[in-house]
Design a protein around this ligand. Sequence first.
Ligand code: AP5
Ligand code: MG
Length: 207
Amino acid sequence: MNIIFLGPPGAGKGTQAVRVCERLGIPQISTGDILRRAIKEGTPTGLEAKSYIDKGELVPDSVVIDIVRDRLKESDCKNGYVLDGFPRTVAQAEALAGFAEIDKVIDIAIEDQKLIDRLSGRRVCLSCGGTYHVSTLGGATTCAKCGAELVQRADDKAETVLSRLSVYHAQTAPLISYYKERGKLAEVDGAQAMDDCFNAILNQLGA
Ligand code: AP5
Ligand code: MG
């Protein structure tokens, strides 16, 4: 099944994508993770993307569309995938329709107020992609999965979070009606506990 996870920054797209992909045996394709890896490796794409990500703005459509088009050609995508954080504009959705057949779009919906706390308390492992929240780490500073040091994402600083939220409402939220009109959208409450959110997503996927 070819699935899109839609939702504002901090809704739980990454958290749930990891679990759903493990359950269904399909890859998670996170454009945010791919871009952060490119920044870490200092590639030309990474250098270009950094200036946008640091300001909480979207990386140009042409850059991310090329990344996803190439990634979907890889053999592990044959039996399906979860797109986490792509598409994020109507132009990206239209480009995607030209090279992929999407079965279902899961919109993880949640109010802005809750997102600010989630993002400012988030800690991530840049080595394996593990995602945590300070409220449940009990003071731990290393990743429970691989032992690497946990860090705060540069774009999880308060002022960048606000700009990411306004970019989401202006540029990404229109995709909710875009996919509703095409009969692909299912909404899941992102404010519920992680396990409940996971079960609600599986339910919507019929999995
Ligand atoms: P990206 O990495 O995609 O960031 P984002 O959309 O801002 O989303 P996040 O990763 O911040 O949130 P999430 O929904 O994955 O939440 P998570 O599961 O981590 O993109 C970063 C940047 O890259 C963009 O700003 C842009 O510049 C660029 N970019 C990427 N894709 C692009 C594209 N297509 N086009 C253009 N530019 C692009 O959870 C958040 C926190 O909440 C964690 O601490 C977690 O533990 C906690 N949490 C999760 N679920 C729950 C729950 N149910 N209850 C309590 N806590 C929870
Ligand atoms: Mg994410």
